[in-house]
Design a protein around this ligand. Structure first.
Ligand code: PLP
Length: 403
């Protein structure tokens, strides 16, 4: 592997003052060690050792418009000159709320927070206040943020509607929460009819259905997975792409449900909520995404389809066994030798086996990828990137074959 000496030295230094050396546990998993960056533009990032990569991590899915998008930069710069926090109301928050209500099928209204983790907590509070029940039903392999797990949680296998029905029969479940596409657990699609079954069961048992669209929102369709699959949840959480890289999260739902926030029954606060810089970024991002009937996302989807086909062909050429799961703009490479993560160390140690070999070789060939084999596509990955990526992947699969 190519040595990245300045990154390695910075990582060693970081571990002295910064617990674990990184700012989010998942980043410790990078192959061969966490890298340090000094600039990024469009679909590319440059590290402190002077290597430029095509970026398919997109800050873990945030950067739907790529790095340093000029329109977002202009909007943010203009707002910075007018002040960067008011701790009070401004018209930008109304405009973004109105746009979200227009785009998201389940939204009559929205609530703003900063991170996906917070939005999920707000959604749980709303569901508990609306139903007078406390238990939350969630699914194995789904990730809804890093908050303390609640003892009031039931965890079931996913894609098994009969198991959900059995749990709901007790009538003490406030909400069922699911990633509508299991992006965090392998980019697995919902089985045909499964989301519809969750919808029907939740209605029948008086439980709220929450779609956690922190990844799928503004990525798998403009209105999220709920639009793509035509199944409308009671509540949905959004984050990541909604402000194209700035910290904004959203709970969306029907007015009669969000009434518990309006009435004060559910307390919702936050010094950073409704930040004008963040909302300027979001307003511009939503404009860019919605223009020409979602043409930019359609282009990204087309790129993802061709990239995925090219990766499958390259792996086959080199006799590397590979399966790709997911959708056009977020998918995951899965190799047959991957073990399941059974302890906390699995969270922070770099992957081994075929995936580890592929990631190391792909990095040397100029691709910056997530340690779990997931790829995110932005609206600014173009023909040049596709060509370069497939050439790099060809080298990486050849190296995997040799290893
Ligand atoms: C589906 C899902 N929900 C919630 C979260 C938590 O979001 P955040 O990292 O912004 O707190 C994530 C983060 O990856 C996520 O993928």
């Amino acid at each position: 592997m190519i040595a990245r000496e300045r990154s390695l030295a910075l990582f060693e230094r970081a571990q002295r003052a910064l617990a674990s050396g990184v700012s989010s546990a998942f980043r410790a998993k990078s192959v061969p060690h966490p890298l340090y960056f000094e600039s990024a533009s469009g679909p590319r990032m440059t590290d402190v050792d002077g290597h430029t990569y095509i970026d398919y991590t997109l800050s873990w899915g945030l950067l739907i418009l790529g790095h340093a998008h000029p329109a977002v930069e202009r909007a943010v710069a203009a707002q910075l000159r007018r002040g960067w926090s008011y701790g009070a109301q401004h018209e930008g928050e109304i405009r973004v709320a109105e746009k979200l209500v227009e785009l998201i099928p389940c939204a009559d209204q929205v609530v703003f927070s900063n991170t996906g983790t917070e939005a999920v907590q707000v959604a749980f509070r709303i569901a508990r206040a609306c139903t007078g029940r406390s238990r939350i039903l969630r699914f194995q392999g789904h990730y809804h943020g890093w908050m303390e797990p609640s003892p009031d949680t039931v965890i079931l296998p996913w894609n098994d509607a009969a198991a959900v029905e059995k749990a709901l029969e007790a009538r003490d479940i406030a909400a069922v929460i699911t990633e509508p596409i299991l992006c965090n657990g392998g980019c697995i699609l919902p089985a045909p009819g499964y989301l519809e079954a969750l919808r029907e069961l939740a209605t029948r048992y008086g439980t709220l259905l929450i779609f956690d669209e922190v990844i799928t929102g503004f990525r798998v369709a403009l209105g999220g997975a709920q639009q793509r699959y035509g199944v409308t949840p009671d509540l949905a959480t959004f984050g990541k792409a909604v402000a194209a890289g700035f910290p904004l999260s959203v709970v969306a739902g029907r007015a009669e449900i969000l009434h518990v926030v309006a009435s004060g029954k559910v307390m919702h606060g936050g010094s950073f909520n409704g930040n004008p810089v963040v909302l300027a970024a979001s307003e511009t991002a939503l404009e860019e995404l919605a223009r020409d009937n979602g043409a930019a996302l359609a282009r990204a989807a087309d790129y993802g389809r061709r990239l995925r086909a090219g990766l499958e062909a390259a792996a086959a050429r080199h006799g590397v066994p590979l399966t790709i799961h997911g959708v056009e703009t977020v998918f995951r490479l899965s190799f047959p030798d991957e073990g399941s993560v059974t302890d906390a160390r699995g969270l922070t140690t770099p992957p081994r086996g075929l995936l580890g070999a592929f990631l190391g070789a792909a990095l040397d060939a100029g691709l910056f990828l997530l340690p779990d084999g997931r790829w995110y596509i932005s609206t600014v990955h173009g023909e040049t990137e596709l060509e370069e990526t497939l050439a790099a992947a060809d080298q990486a699969f050849a190296a995997v074959r040799e290893s």
